[in-house]
Design a protein around this ligand. Structure first.
Ligand code: G6P
Length: 373
């Protein structure tokens, strides 16, 4: 096969290391140095179609659905189009409302996930246009969609998705900037500066990969954990969900992701002495000032004995006063931070899984692509 481990201990380790390239290749030819976005592959959707979209429904399963959750934040913020994220199997079987002005965005690494194909076919029958975000050239999903934005992550072999996810997230950001420009929803000057920020992400992903020793050590140390909780806000929320999913998939540890704002509505009851909680901390520079809210969440769970591991931005010295461990990632526009903060969580799950002596590439009971219902 075209894919080889190339000296890495597992395909997953290699694919994690491939992520700067996956992001760069997904941006290549689409994002100019002035920060403007061109998506020639979606010419199948006319300027008129784009103006007429009144709602976007994103459908996906598993890890790909978290890429949709991230895209929702970016598309709504910049393009001002309402976005609904749906698990393909839930969407398909509940008589959803779809019109000719609904754009379906189906996200799938393989392009063969049966539920996502079924959701897409169903939406097409109702008259919706379908845009695929897909990593596999010529996949069924791509063939059946009106247009496809290919993610260029390269072949992904490990069952648990890593580089395909960051490529999907990258494509989602590109789509958000593209739609925002096409609909004049955000000032062009602002969009171009966001585009320029996005161009810097591959180098920042490389920086994240260069400083993972602490996460590796933590993963090994925590091999006996019975349960790990993940908290995040804004784009950190889907990252928290993904961190939990990775731990279930790879290490067979009970894990749950929560929106940090939900803490008081239930999850805080789970906190007891020694409970590990991984918190994705928003940038202190964020204008929505979510940072102090998350810091106060950390204080609340700390006071109840939680062992807090924070993933925070460089320069966030505040958080160090409250968390047991801080994993720093380079600073960037908060909306783009998901590409960086998800990586330590992937590595954490991989290390924990290997420390338990498990097969990280082929976790029990799971398939790379679920082609049956
Ligand atoms: C399976 C894989 C996951 C993947 C999901 C969706 O569950 O184990 O890693 O996220 O399918 O796959 P897709 O190919 O549609 O992205």
């Amino acid at each position: 096969s075209a894919a080889s481990k190339g000296g890495w201990s597992s395909f997953m380790a290699k694919e994690i290391a491939d992520q700067p390239q996956a992001v760069a290749d997904t941006l290549m030819g689409r994002l100019a140095s002035d920060g403007s976005v061109r998506l020639s592959e979606i010419d199948g959707l006319t300027a008129e179609d784009i103006k007429n979209i009144d709602r976007i429904i994103m459908v996906a399963c598993g890890t790909a659905s978290y890429a949709c959750d991230v895209a929702k934040y970016a598309i709504e913020k910049f393009a001002r189009i309402p976005v609904q994220v749906e698990l393909s199997h839930e969407f398909r079987y509940r008589d959803p409302i779809i019109t000719a002005n609904t754009l379906i965005v189906a996200v799938s690494q393989s392009g063969e996930t049966m539920d996502t194909l079924m959701a897409t076919r169903f939406a097409k029958e109702q008259g919706a246009k379908v845009l695929a975000i897909c990593n596999t050239q010529g996949a069924t999903l791509a063939r059946e969609s009106d247009a496809t934005i290919y993610t260029h992550a390269g072949p992904e072999v490990a069952v648990a998705s890593t580089k395909a996810l960051v490529a999907q997230i990258t494509a989602g950001y590109l789509l958000a900037l593209f739609l925002a420009a096409g609909r004049n929803a955000t000032e062009q000057k602002v969009l171009r500066s966001l585009g320029q920020e996005l161009l810097k992400m591959p180098a920042r992903v490389t920086q994240v990969l260069e400083r993972l020793d602490d996460v590796r050590a933590l993963g090994k140390e925590m091999a006996n954990a019975k349960s790990v909780l993940f908290l995040g806000r804004n784009v950190g929320f889907p990252v928290a969900m993904e961190g939990a999913l990775k731990l279930k998939e790879l290490a067979y540890i009970h894990a749950e992701g929560f929106a940090a704002g939900e803490l008081k509505h239930g999850p805080i009851a789970l906190i007891e002495e020694g409970q590990p909680v991984i918190v994705i901390v928003p940038s202190p520079r964020d204008s929505d000032s979510l940072h102090p809210k998350v810091i106060s969440n950390i204080q609340e769970i700390r006071a109840r004995g939680a062992k807090v591991i924070a993933v925070a931005e460089d320069g966030d010295t505040d958080v160090a006063n409250f968390a047991e461990h801080v994993i720093y990632v380079p600073s960037c526009e908060n909306i783009f931070s998901s590409i960086l903060t998800v990586i330590p969580l992937q590595v954490f799950a991989l290390e924990l899984s290997s420390a338990k002596g498990l097969d990280v590439d082929q976790p029990r009971n799971l398939a790379k692509s679920v082609t049956v219902e």
